[in-house]
Design a protein around this ligand. Structure first.
Ligand code: NAI
Ligand code: MG
Length: 353
């Protein structure tokens, strides 16, 4: 019997509806070449669903998703619906319910893609973003809405367990790479949570011989990423800092349209979720010009997570080769549309050894 992996697909909104089908076409080709089946279960959830039903997904959505081996997400976000509804109605509940506490974001220069920054063409780093706590918390509130005395409070939540597992993941990853973990902090200004972050990261890394720990303030980090993008190996950061730095690093690598992301439940007790770093890009949605590489690469990370390592590597080689041939979407300075690029990848795959 052929191996089968059940995958929940949420294309979502905006360019998600364009890049998800593009990636699925290529994933099906590699699956076929490697003798396994991807059984796609498509869930039509997102902003259109919200307009009809007043919620981003049905009440039992998380139970439905939980029956799959992985979740393949495009993006959610609609200019007419507050992001608090779209992101907190779908993306963030999925990350939390399925304990996807690691958000893994590799950033690497791709062949044929030029960086806007000196040295960006040689960068090769991975961001390990803490994905379920930190600054993205539900604790807080608004008072005196609309009145002169109006106030808002939002508490950041950092736990020893949450910091330890992110740091531990980063250390293990670094030991299989160049052995450097850069921990991003702001313990000079944020005086409770960030010194705690620093302490727990240092304690965790002390248990890993052969892995060096470097600590850097997030503001200095923003500058250093631009000035010395090759100085990093594994970056570990809180939910907010990791989010911001991954767009920055993606842009340095050439475009945020190429950056992938894996929301991992490392214990594998729940499905993990794979998505590009970018959002729904309403400014270019519906024009057929979105770069599908971030979604394809996220798909390759999903195959790797499912144990289909050879197929994953083949997909990466295919889109890299096509980029190197000069087939590029507009965000990379080319003229190809989403479907031109996708067809080029599909055509190239059968020629691989
Ligand atoms: P965005 O990532 O959607 O777009 C930022 C810029 O990058 C835009 O100019 C866009 O055209 C460009 N871009 C993004 N992906 C591209 C691609 N594949 N090819 C070519 N160009 C690309 O971020 P923005 O505009 O801040 O957010 C739009 C919406 O998406 C918001 O509602 C936001 O909350 C949501 N969002 C959702 C995410 C998710 O579902 N995981 C992640 C980030 C944002
Ligand atoms: Mg982001």
């Amino acid at each position: 019997m052929t191996r089968q992996h059940d995958i929940a697909v949420i294309a979502g909104d905006g360019i998600g509806l364009e890049v998800v089908p593009a990636a699925i076409r290529c994933l099906d080709v590699v699956a076929d070449r490697h003798g396994f089946d991807l059984a796609w279960r498509e869930y039509p959830w997102g902003s259109s669903y919200f307009r009809q039903h007043g919620a981003m997904m049905p009440a039992d959505a998380l139970d439905q998703l939980g029956r799959n081996a992985a979740i393949f997400l495009g993006a959610v976000g609609d200019p007419e619906i507050p992001d608090t509804e779209t992101l907190w109605g779908l993306l963030i509940p999925i990350r939390r319910r399925f304990h996807q506490y690691i958000n893994l974001r590799p950033v690497r220069a791709l062949p044929g893609v030029s960086s806007p920054v000196r040295g960006g063409g040689e960068m090769d780093l991975v961001i390990v973003r803490e994905n379920v706590e930190g600054e993205y918390s539900e604790v807080g509130g608004r008072m005196y809405r609309g009145q002169p005395a109006e106030a808002a409070i939002q508490e950041a939540i950092f736990t020893r367990a949450g910091i330890t597992r992110a740091a531990e993941f980063a250390a293990r990853l670094a030991s299989g790479r160049r052995g450097l973990v850069t921990s991003v902090t702001k313990s000079n200004g944020i005086v409770h949570t960030m010194p705690f972050w620093d302490e727990v990261v240092a304690e965790t890394l002390a248990g890993h011989d052969g892995v060096r720990l470097e600590k850097i303030l997030v503001d200095a980090m923003a500058a250093k990423l631009v000035l010395a993008p090759t100085a990093f190996d594994v970056i570990v950061a809180s939910n907010l800092f990791g989010d911001i730095l991954s767009d920055l690093a993606g842009a340095i690598a050439g475009s945020i349209g190429v950056a992938p992301s894996a929301n991992l439940n490392p214990e594998r007790t729940h499905p993990s979720m794979f998505e590009p770093v970018h959002g729904s890009a309403p400014d270019i949605a519906g024009q057929g010009i979105a770069n599908p590489v971030g979604q394809m690469w996220a798909g390759a990370m999903m195959l790797e997570h499912l144990g289909e390592t050879a197929a994953a590597a083949e997909l990466v080689t295919a889109f890299e080769t096509v980029l190197d041939y000069g087939v590029r979407t507009r965000d990379l300075g080319g003229t190809a549309g989403t479907s031109d690029f996708t067809e080029a990848v599909e055509r190239h795959l059968p020629s691989l050894p």
